[in-house]
Design a protein around this ligand. Sequence first.
Ligand code: ADP
Length: 344
Amino acid sequence: MTPDFIRDALRQVKYPGFSRDIVSFGLVKDVTCTPGQTTVKIEIQTRDPKIPEEIFRACHAALDNLPDVGSVKIDIDVKDAPAAASGTGKSSIPGVKRIIAVASCKGGVGKSTVAANLAIALAATGAKVGLCDCDLYGPSVAQMFGTRERPNANEQDEIIPIEAHGLKLMSMGFLLEDSSPVIVRGPMATRYTQQFLRQVAWENLDYLILDLPPGTGDIQLTIVQTVSVDGAVIVTTPQEVALIDARKAVAMFAKVNVPILGLIENMSWFECDAGKRYHLFGDGGGVREAATMRVPLLGQIPIDVETRQRGDSGAPVALVDPSLSKVSAAFHHTATTLRAKLPV
Ligand code: ADP
């Protein structure tokens, strides 16, 4: 038996609630094989005692029946995750009071559109807001805010976020040449994510919105291990395929004790000039799902041409006077609801 063989076998052990396995996420610190004994040392950061228990059981299930493995010893060193910030108005990023994750498990439901407009609408309530585009593989904040400015560093070697429409912004899109492909995987993705959270001079923010990539992978796991997230907003469309993934996102945050602030249903309906509503992706899916999952429905955002056009051209729809755009009004209403749930 060799340590490499054991590591390979441990790749089937996923971090509970996430798609990432414990080996590729770097949680397996050491493996030793001596005749008659295999010892695995694992290090994890969590405040939930159920996580090490589940990993312990899954490791034994993966290893115990291997030939020549001997007796299996799984040592798990549990370190405290970043302290829960709820109620204190202080997050684990200096100068940031609240961290809100905007997530969906499915791509294309409008998560980035919702994150950007929500950030703008939150700022309109008088809050100081930052938006961190954690989608390293498909960054969209640069496009949505119409800027490709390159960030500079300050004297402490921190990245100074780009400012646009009154928000502080950070995105991989600011660091890349125009269309260069984003090839960041595994440890690189972890390092960039940590840098975006820890080495950006966010400073003096009431809310930092994290626009997460779709899925339950390494970036999501890195985030909850790096900072304490005050709450998560899940974006879905009313369609069953999107709702299934919304459930996965809710389950993922539940595993790491991040409170779900609520669901936002995007592309809820299309309203024609005559005022008739067409439910293109089904009617009431988000309302039913929120009730089933016992989480609040924070808002319903119609599908609308101006919303798409403004997102593409760098001036999101929430910048429009809410009395002139129903979609802008929906975002401002949602932001007010969110702010009331998570005051600073
Ligand atoms: P995701 O982040 O979930 O992948 P995006 O925010 O990039 O999704 O949105 C995908 C596409 O749908 C974009 O072209 C965006 O402009 C468009 N879109 C999102 N929400 C709406 C909406 N409510 N009305 C019209 N278009 C929308």
